[in-house]
Write a protein that binds this ligand. Structure first.
Ligand code: BGC
Length: 763
């Protein structure tokens, strides 16, 4: 027996360990283990080398009490760690899975759960304890630079996808960090901007996805966002991090901050009090602040103990604590297969005038630099260091389709040159370029060059790429819209090929929504392939040939113009690279962008376009198939606290395929203004053979029919007749049923009200 034995952490002695900790140790537990290359020019955010090189951060070890350090890595499209290590010949490349928007576009929660299992397995086998994802901020506006990491403009779809991927990841014995909690739907000035919005929009739209995630999937951790919400930093917001998250929703995990140091205008003790358990990446000053605040009586030790207890509860769940022997050898082959399958299901066929699926195709003229430098994912912390990316040349070759040799050579040489140049020119301030595959400039393809290609090709395929990422929002010109050069390329190729009766197919290799209305007539088919992960070229080929029948559906509205979204009016614009560099100081406010008023209120995405009857390029929920489906008359019943909707979907075409049935509910007129309709349930069929049918049964909790009634601080679904429209998009309702319902109410806390008067959009 040792004298003075220190308790060693176990799942059943947390109180004893807590008692044995000094105040300094407790403070240390609430601060991450640092980020060894965070400070200084050229530093990469979220990058440490101690336990798993390239993981974003660590929690602190206290060996005398048997508390190990744990490792957290980005997220969300796969495990973001360094692919190589100094003096080590092994590869640590991780699978690049489809970006969040592509996964959500599958509308297939079983598939997304399976993707989560693979991501979780790689997290485990590469020695990490938590993956920093899913990202589930709302697509408030198409210009947000990080939309690719997020799922949708709709909170139900967002929450269901986040829950499914989380269930998959956590089934492997590792945790997630749902991020960024909350209202982080813009990148510009993200560490300072005050997001001002009504309690209704906050509750119904921006928090709802997180609520579903917490209630349905018990995430181990959430990440509080950098921004301010209605005057209070998310990181120091007790109303959000404790009252709503824990008291109302029953969250049991830990909250960690997004990666930032001590905040200039937010006292460290306020973060502790608010229930922000862990400050990442962690700076010694923050631990000092905690100790001093306790000693000075500004911070109650009970608050510290509560957060430390949660940290210990988290630690005992981790593979590091269990002593799991990770292999560093996940089954990349198996994961590549699931990536390919999930990305084919997430691709959305926007247009097809009958040219797809392509038959008897032998040779293609392949235009656009991204045909040859296909983008697997986006930029910033959300990128993955992948072993390879299958480009379009390889994807087509793998199905026996060749590309015209001269054009292929021109582009391939150009890609080599442009990549070498980018490396040589590297601006040390542009750290984010190290984190992902930057978009290369297009080259000018002349009419003469196109004329040369036609003879040898059966069709033209043009890939248009768009890159976006952390720290910057997108511009309308040249990013949301095509560049002049791209427009010229599409129109020249289209003229030349269509004149000879040869089809022109456009592939969008973009993480986000693009402008299509002005040029779509020039293409025979348009496939939105997103950034579909490292098997991109293979997956596109699967869809083009019909090996996979497309069944992806848009998870956000594609507007005619970016300014059609009411939120564009107060979405920051014209933030150039110079301004971006200022952001590196994490403190310089950008003039005019220190607040964002959500004047559009609840009218985000289709809630706006369908209510105000505005034209769109492609509606929410839209996506074509190579077959057709018929919907039966639906059955709608209420029992207990839910409504059950069932509908039979039949494949009425000639090839097998899957369909997504989407339930849009129209509420009765009452005292609360309601959008024209809202997505309240969805389900995807299995692969149905021609003539085959499947009955889909979906549940809608009554509380999901409710709106947030600010006057009473309650959820309220008014009594009356509700109509349940089921269809293939928000603008393609195929059948209806209605049901009389009694009033439903649920009281909640009156918190997080805006501090300024907003000029809210009304019907
Ligand atoms: C991002 C997070 C990320 C973290 C760690 C932050 O800048 O906003 O999404 O998880 O860095 O890399």
């Amino acid at each position: 027996m040792t004298v003075n034995a220190q308790p060693q952490l176990r799942a059943d002695n947390i109180d004893e360990v807590l008692k044995a900790m000094t105040l300094e140790e407790k403070a240390q537990m609430l601060i991450g283990g640092g980020n060894d290359s965070f400070v200084g020019s050229g530093a990469m955010l979220g990058h440490q080398k101690k336990l798993v090189a390239g993981a974003a951060g660590l929690t602190v070890a206290i060996p005398r009490l048997g508390i190990p350090a744990t490792v957290v890595a980005d997220g969300p499209a796969g495990v973001h760690i360094d692919a190589t290590r100094e003096g080590d010949p092994n590869s640590y490349a991780a699978t690049g899975f489809p970006i969040g928007t592509c996964l959500a576009s599958t509308w297939n929660t079983d598939l997304v759960r399976a993707v989560g299992e693979s991501i979780g397995n790689e997290t485990l086998e590469y020695g990490c304890d938590v993956i920093l994802g899913p990202g589930l901020n709302l697509h408030r506006n198409p210009l947000c630079g990080r939309n690719f990491e997020y799922f949708s403009e709709d909170p139900l779809l967002t929450g269901k996808m986040a829950a499914a991927v989380t269930q998959g990841i956590q089934s492997q014995g590792v945790g997630v960090s749902g991020k960024h909690f909350a209202v982080n739907s813009q990148e510009t000035d993200r560490t300072k901007v005050d997001e001002r919005l009504s309690q209704r929009a906050l509750r119904e739209l921006y928090l709802r996805g997180f609520e579903i995630l917490v209630r349905e999937a018990d995430p181990w951790t959430l990440m509080s966002s950098y921004n301010i919400i209605n005057g209070t930093y998310a990181q120091g917001n007790k109303d959000m991090l404790s009252t709503i998250l824990r008291d109302e929703w029953g969250f049991r995990g830990i909250v960690m901050t997004d990666w930032i140091g001590k905040r200039a205008k937010l006292p460290t003790e306020q973060e502790v009090q608010a229930g922000n358990d862990l400050m990442m990446p962690g700076y010694p000053d923050q631990a000092k602040d905690i100790v001093e605040a306790v000693k000075a009586g500004r911070l109650d030790i009970a608050d510290v103990d509560r957060n430390v207890r949660r940290m210990l509860e988290y630690i005992v769940r981790t593979p590091r604590f269990r002593g799991y022997k990770f292999s560093n050898k996940p089954d990349l082959k198996a994961h590549a297969a699931i990536t390919r399958q999930s990305s084919t299901e997430g691709m959305v066929l926007l247009k097809n005038n009958g040219v797809l699926p392509i038959r008897d195709l032998k040779t293609v003229a392949l235009f656009g630099v991204n045909s040859y430098d296909f983008m697997s994912g986006g930029l910033g912390s959300g990128c993955v260091n992948v072993p390879y990316v299958v480009d379009m040349v390889t994807g087509l070759k793998n199905i026996g389709v060749s590309t015209t040799p001269q054009l292929t050579e021109i582009y391939q040489n150009y890609v080599k040159y442009a990549k070498a140049k980018l490396k040589a020119d590297k601006n040390p301030m542009m750290w984010f370029l190290d984190q992902g595959q930057p978009k290369l400039d297009e080259i000018d393809i002349t009419e003469r060059c196109i004329a040369h290609e036609i003879g040898g090709a059966d069709a033209a395929i043009i890939t248009i790429g768009r890159q976006a990422g952390e720290g910057m929002d997108r511009q309308i010109e040249g990013e949301f819209c095509l560049t002049t050069q791209e427009k010229a390329m599409i129109s020249r190729v289209s003229n030349a090929f269509r004149q000879q009766g040869k089809p022109v197919i456009v592939i969008l290799n973009s993480g986000s929504v693009m402008e299509t209305a002005s040029w779509r007539d020039l293409a025979d088919a348009i496939l939105c392939a997103w950034q579909p992960g490292m098997e991109g070229g293979n997956a596109v080929a699967d869809v083009l040939t019909g090996k996979a029948n497309p069944s992806g559906k848009l998870t956000m509205t594609w507007p005619v113009s970016a300014t059609d979204h009411p939120s564009t009016r107060n979405f920051p614009q014209e933030i150039d690279m110079y301004t971006f560099r200022n952001l590196q100081n994490w403190g310089t406010p950008i003039p005019g962008s220190d607040f964002t008023n959500h004047d559009e209120d609840i009218y985000v995405g289709y809630r706006y376009f369908d209510t105000f009857d505005r034209e769109v390029a492609y509606p929410f929920g839209y996506g074509l198939s190579y077959t057709t489906f018929a919907y039966s008359k639906p059955q709608v019943k209420a029992a207990g606290d839910q409504v059950t909707v069932s509908v039979t979907v039949k494949n009425t075409g000639n090839v097998s395929g899957k369909e997504v049935a989407q339930v849009y509910v129209r509420a009765p007129k009452g005292k609360i203004e309601k959008p024209a309709h809202e997505l309240k349930a969805f389900a995807k069929t299995r692969e149905l053979k021609p003539g085959e049918s499947q009955t889909l049964t979906m549940q809608i909790p009554l509380r999901h029919l409710a709106s947030f009634d600010e006057a009473q601080s309650q959820w309220l679904a008014e009594a009356g007749t509700y109509s349940f429209g089921i269809g293939a998009s928000s603008r393609d309702i195929r059948c209806n049923a209605s049901l009389k319902l009694k009033e439903y109410t649920e009281k909640v806390n009156n918190v997080m009200a805006p501090q300024v008067k907003l000029n809210l959009l009304k019907q």
